[in-house]
Design a protein around this ligand. Structure first.
Ligand SMILES: Cc1ncc(COP(=O)(O)O)c(C=O)c1O
Length: 371
């Protein structure tokens, strides 16, 4: 294990615990900016950490634009005086009204939001009209993930024109998230982005020919970040999320990436029920369980182990070295998927120079803050 992860005295850390390493986070933030080529081209997604202090570190690094997925994350960003916040989520029902309140509550922040259907556009227009303010709206283009969005084509052009015509709305460009592109080989990701871009750029050209402005294209997550970052497209912004903390899932899959895991879990051995079995207090209520059982984390410095069972509060492994792990032993783990893992913890323990320094609240793990 990288010695810088070890906490000299972990007695004040209640396991299972989420640990953040600010020095490594700072290094990942610097790599994000370096990869994007300039501060202008970076719009990191905050859903990974949901934490004011990390937003503060990003602001300190000169980042001004942020992406988020929930109104609580958007409010967290507003409360940090983030200059530019994009809520990358289509709003329906009472969330349209909440969005209107949000924009009024943080007038210094420039907010924008996604729309992918005329009904959503109309509902947002109605909510914004009550505030007398204008919402900047990007259309969400479905470029292959088929999760949200509208394909780049006539329906998308029509939606963009509708946004331009509705009171309280102003068209702000395209959102192009390609979360389905996580091919292991970088050239495969490059090819996939090239293919999805052609109709997107055609749509932009057609709208601009009609006199509509398409000021920005917000593209990608971490897997295709190195690809988007190399593109020379006016108004391009890259929106990786995970790599600010990074995790075992991406770290083990994308060999070209130089980000470092900056968030770990501390767990303790609670039992050794058989001579080859070790049970840790790291159940699936403390680590994201969207990866398959047995692949949700890697334990550092545990030889030849195999995860054989995980319950809500227990992780059971088999290892020939079980004898070296008596109850109470501290073990460090790198989660496979850090974003949902963070959301499972109310606080992170902050480790500086091998010591517990403070705690940070994972404030936007709540669905609603004050709005
Ligand atoms: C819309 C959107 N943009 C950006 C991201 C960031 O992607 P990643 O976590 O792979 O960096 C995500 C991740 O879920 C997303 O949903």
């Amino acid at each position: 294990m990288n010695a810088s992860y070890r906490v000299a005295d972990a007695s004040a850390i209640y396991s299972p615990a989420l640990l953040f390493y600010p020095d490594l986070i700072r290094r990942n933030i610097a790599r994000i900016v370096e990869t994007a080529g300039s501060l202008d081209r970076v719009r990191p997604h905050v859903k990974t950490h949901k934490t004011r202090e990390i937003v503060g570190m990003q602001l300190e690094a000169g980042i001004t634009k942020f992406k988020c997925a929930t109104l609580a994350e958007a409010e967290m960003l507003g409360s940090c005086n983030a200059p530019d916040v994009m809520l990358a989520y289509p709003l329906v029902g009472p969330n349209c009204q909440r969005y209107a309140v949000l924009t009024a509550q943080f007038p210094k922040t420039r907010f924008s939001v996604l729309v992918d259907h005329p009904l959503g556009a109309k509902a947002l227009s109605a909510a914004m009209q009550q505030t007398g303010r204008q919402a900047e709206v990007l259309i969400d283009l479905d470029v292959g993930q088929h999760r949200t969005g509208v394909a780049a084509g006539p329906a998308a052009a029509e939606l963009y024109r509708l946004i331009a015509s509705l009171p309280g709305l102003k068209p702000g460009g395209f959102h192009v998230y390609d979360g389905h592109n996580h091919q292991e080989a970088l050239p495969d990701r490059q090819k996939a982005v090239e293919q999805l871009l052609a109709p997107v750029l055609e749509l932009r050209a057609a709208l601009e020919k009609d006199g509509l402005s398409v000021p920005r294209i917000v593209g990608g997550g971490t897997p295709t970040f190195p690809v988007w970052a190399k593109l020379d497209i006016p108004g391009l912004e890259c929106s990786p999320g995970t790599c600010v903390l990074h995790d075992h899932g991406y770290g083990s899959k994308f060999s070209e990436m130089t980000f470092t895991p900056a968030a770990l879990l501390l767990t303790r051995v609670i039992s050794r029920p058989t001579p080859t079995r070790v049970t840790l207090d790291l159940g699936y209520k403390a680590v994201a369980s969207d990866p398959p059982a047995g692949q949700r984390l890697i334990l550092l410095d545990v030889p030849d182990y195999k995860a054989v069972l995980q319950n809500e509060e227990h992780l059971v492994i088999e290892t020939p070295a079980a004898e070296q792990f008596p109850p109470g032993t501290e073990v460090y783990a790198v989660p496979t998927h850090i974003c949902p893992t963070c959301a499972m913890h109310r606080q992170a323990y902050i480790i500086r120079d091998g010591q517990l320094a403070e705690h940070w609240d994972i404030v936007a793990r709540d669905r609603a803050l004050t709005i």
